[in-house]
Design a protein around this ligand. Structure first.
Ligand SMILES: Cc1cc2nc3c(=O)[nH]c(=O)nc-3n(C[C@H](O)[C@H](O)[C@H](O)COP(=O)(O)O)c2cc1C
Length: 318
């Protein structure tokens, strides 16, 4: 997630929590300059083989260059972003904006998939732009190409992140593809949500979670432990992890947050920047705590590291 689940977040997260098979970078822009911003280069420094870089581009040559660069760094899969609804992205015909012109997208994909030597290419896609019926043409188009995985966020561009996910749109993909190729994404906030998807779409054994994981960092472990994801993978909480009883869970979250602060402090230019990152995270994380609203209010008021540590300490239990 752009601005949030950057390489520092993901590295610290993966150290503290289990249940994750793959972790996707926020989108990395590939444009005609064939160069990356420093922040994006840092994003690409390999540190964990579960990482998949995501590329945002509507220029096939730039995409091919970026994918080749990432392959040279050791990445086996790259992911094409066809889901970002932000006006600054989609308005310029990138992200979900590429779904507006299926012929142009076809030409883009044709060029990419006819290039030899690229890593596996997966896609993260919305189901359409304005009208749910668009999903049929989109699924038909993707059938032409050997995507490694198709991650579907079944909302339309116009939905942004609001309203219910459109399970009927996901069903169109389900009826057109091997279920093992599909990944369901959207509004999976509890193990029960994951179980609902697993039940409704047997054979879909991969789910992606974004905001749910930020709200409850233990979510992937809970999903795995409940066997709620159609996989036969064993629960893989870190061996030394304590139980997920609420007090232990809170301790684990705070241990993660402590290390995250330190890592951000070593990378960012000052306390205010670190604090802003932690505030952003807390705007999701507060939901894990019974008194989450009051923690969030206190965290938002914090002006210094001291204030922040004080309000965390006061709430170091569920
Ligand atoms: C702040 C924010 C940043 C996001 N950045 C990205 C991104 O860089 N790449 C991407 O594929 N999706 C991005 N997304 C979308 C999420 O990956 C996900 O598809 C969406 O939030 C729905 O899933 P969820 O309900 O599990 O969060 C972003 C979403 C939010 C709210």
């Amino acid at each position: 997630m752009e601005g949030i689940t950057n390489f520092i977040f993901r590295r610290v997260y993966l150290k503290h929590f289990g249940g994750i098979d793959l972790s996707y970078t926020p989108f990395i822009v590939a444009n005609q300059t064939y160069s990356f911003k420093t922040k994006e280069k840092h994003e690409l420094i390999p540190y964990d083989e579960r990482t998949v870089p995501q590329i945002l581009s509507n220029n096939p040559d730039a995409f091919i260059h970026a994918a080749g660069y990432m392959k040279d760094l050791g990445y086996k899969e790259v992911n094409l972003n066809l889901g970002c609804p932000s006006p600054t992205v989609s308005g310029r015909g990138r992200g979900a904006g590429m779904l507006k012109d299926i012929e142009k997208l076809d030409a883009f994909l044709d060029r990419v998939f006819s290039t030899e030597g690229l890593p596996a290419v997966s896609v993260k896609t919305r189901a359409g732009v304005e009208d749910p019926a668009e999903v049929n043409a989109i699924a038909k188009l993707y059938k032409k190409y050997p995507f490694d995985k198709i991650i579907v966020h079944p909302r339309l561009l116009k939905d942004y992140y609001k309203g219910c996910v459109r399970r009927d749109c996901f069903r169109v993909f389900y009826e057109n593809f091997e279920p093992g190729k599909l990944v369901f994404n959207g509004d999976i906030n509890t193990a029960e949500d994951a179980a609902g998807i697993a039940w409704e779409f047997p054979g879909v054994d991969k789910i992606m979670t974004g905001r749910g994981l930020l709200s409850d960092p233990l979510l992937p472990e809970k999903i795995r432990a409940a066997g709620a994801d159609n996989t036969s993978a064993p629960a893989d909480a870190p061996v030394d992890a304590p139980s997920d009883a609420p007090a232990d869970a809170a301790e684990r979250i705070f241990a993660f947050l402590d290390e995250l602060w330190d890592e951000y402090a070593a990378y960012l230019s000052g306390e205010a920047d670190v604090l802003a990152k932690m505030k952003e995270l807390w705007s999701y994380l507060y939901r894990s705590f019974d008194d989450g609203d009051s923690i969030l209010r206190a965290v938002r008021k914090a002006r210094t590291k001291r204030d922040y540590i004080r309000c965390c300490r006061e709430h170091r239990s569920f």
